[in-house]
Design a protein around this ligand. Structure first.
Ligand SMILES: *Cc1c(COP(=O)(O)O)cnc(C)c1O
Length: 378
């Protein structure tokens, strides 16, 4: 049986050519010329002045939080339903994630819950765009203005997406990207912080590189980490960026195909195609089981694996993370929609290398498994 992997990237542009250039010239470290070129082109693509490439998207969030000076006792408002990278960047500096629930249909944070969570300790709102539709940025920007808060925008899944016609990655005081292989463009591992604030960008460069003091190397006023990004990664990134528009177009075609073929299967909620402010770019193609389906996403994952289909469950909520519960965080908190998505949501193969035939097989397998589930055979 052919296994269809949940994500296979497409690397058949200039990746090999630029990588060979690295090898031929000997420029492989973070000092190589492709790094600056990639920073410049990537940040310009979302209309930002500065780009600081880092080792991954998690690192980008860590650099952003540290560069903003968020620390001990500060609070950062974010969705509970997200990847742990968001919360970890905050807890690592001794600050506290303050959580809000999700919208059941866009899967993004419910912006109407934010204002009630603002206290005198709130320093920032972390706006995390998830799965392909942007968060309602205007609401967050106006709250940030009203209460004098910073906005950290996690655009890890949003390359090429816009909100009311403006690029995602252009909304935060500081915004971050990931180039993990399941993102619309990849560098294997990689990430970037973008901002218009030159001073903040300089802080990010310092934090990226162990906080080496500028005047005397090997002397440190502050602790950070080595978050550097290599010329090899930048070589792949430049080749990928050349094709961003094509990739977004393809992802949308794939999304439309899945929607067309899956919409008649009862028991599944499909991703929203359009909102007033954006057209879905399907970071991955997610499905959510309706309440009358008794199995959960972990069971679906097993059943689809038996059919040769790779899937992943949705994120697990921050307030339900054992590591944070043990540390005494989020006691007695519950967020109904987020908990539902975490238990009932999963995504099917969505990589750019997927063929039409493979997508057809995914659709048929989902149909067969749903029939079994609904008929009570499972
Ligand atoms: C992928 C992702 C990250 C983390 O990126 P890595 O490069 O895997 O560290 C952060 N936030 C969101 C929303 C993501 O999807």
């Amino acid at each position: 049986m052919e296994l269809i992997s949940v994500n296979e990237p497409l690397l058949n542009g200039n990746e090999k050519k630029y990588l060979c250039e690295c090898i031929d010239t000997g420029w492989i470290s973070s000092e190589g010329p492709f790094v600056k070129e990639f920073e410049q082109k990537m940040s310009a693509s979302v209309g930002r002045k500065c780009g600081i490439a880092v080792s991954n998207g998690t690192a980008a969030l860590e650099v952003a939080v540290q560069a903003l000076g968020i620390g001990e006792g500060d609070e950062v408002i974010m969705p509970t339903f997200t990847i742990i990278s968001c919360a970890m960047a905050v807890t690592k500096v001794g600050a506290v994630p303050v959580l809000v629930d999700s919208d059941l249909y866009t899967w993004n944070m419910n912006v109407n819950e934010i204002e009630a969570k603002i206290t005198s300790r709130t320093k920032a709102i972390m706006m995390v765009h998830l799965y392909g539709l942007p968060v309602e940025a205007d609401e967050i920007l106006s709250l940030a203005k009203k209460y004098n808060l910073k906005v950290i925008e996690d655009a890890a899944e949003m390359h090429g997406q816009t909100y009311k016609g403006k690029p995602c990655g252009s909304f935060g005081d500081i915004s971050t990207f990931s180039f993990y292989p399941n993102k619309h463009i990849t560098t294997g591992e990689g990430g970037m912080v973008v901002t218009d604030d030159e001073e903040l960008a300089e802080r990010c460069r310092l934090v990226r590189n162990l906080c080496f003091r500028k005047d005397v190397r090997y002397v440190h006023d502050e602790i950070s980490d080595n978050y550097r990004f290599t010329n090899l990664q930048a070589a792949v990134g430049l080749a990928q960026l050349e094709r961003l528009e094509e990739f977004v177009k393809r992802k949308r075609e794939m999304g439309r195909y899945y929607t067309e073929r899956l919409k008649n299967i009862e028991g599944l909620m499909l991703p929203i195609t359009n909102t007033d402010y954006a057209e879905n770019i399907y970071w991955v193609y997610g499905l959510v089981l309706k309440d009358d389906i008794t199995v959960d996403n972990r069971k679906m994952q097993k059943l689809l694996a038996a059919e040769g289909i790779g899937t992943r469950t949705f994120f697990w909520c921050m307030h339900e993370q054992p590591v944070y519960r043990k540390a005494g965080l989020f006691q007695n908190e519950s967020y109904g929609n987020a908990e539902y998505l975490a238990r009932k949501g999963f995504y099917v193969p969505s990589g750019l290398a997927l063929t039409m035939e493979q997508m057809e097989n995914v659709v048929l397998a989902v149909g067969r498994v749903m029939e079994k589930v609904k008929s009570g055979q499972i």
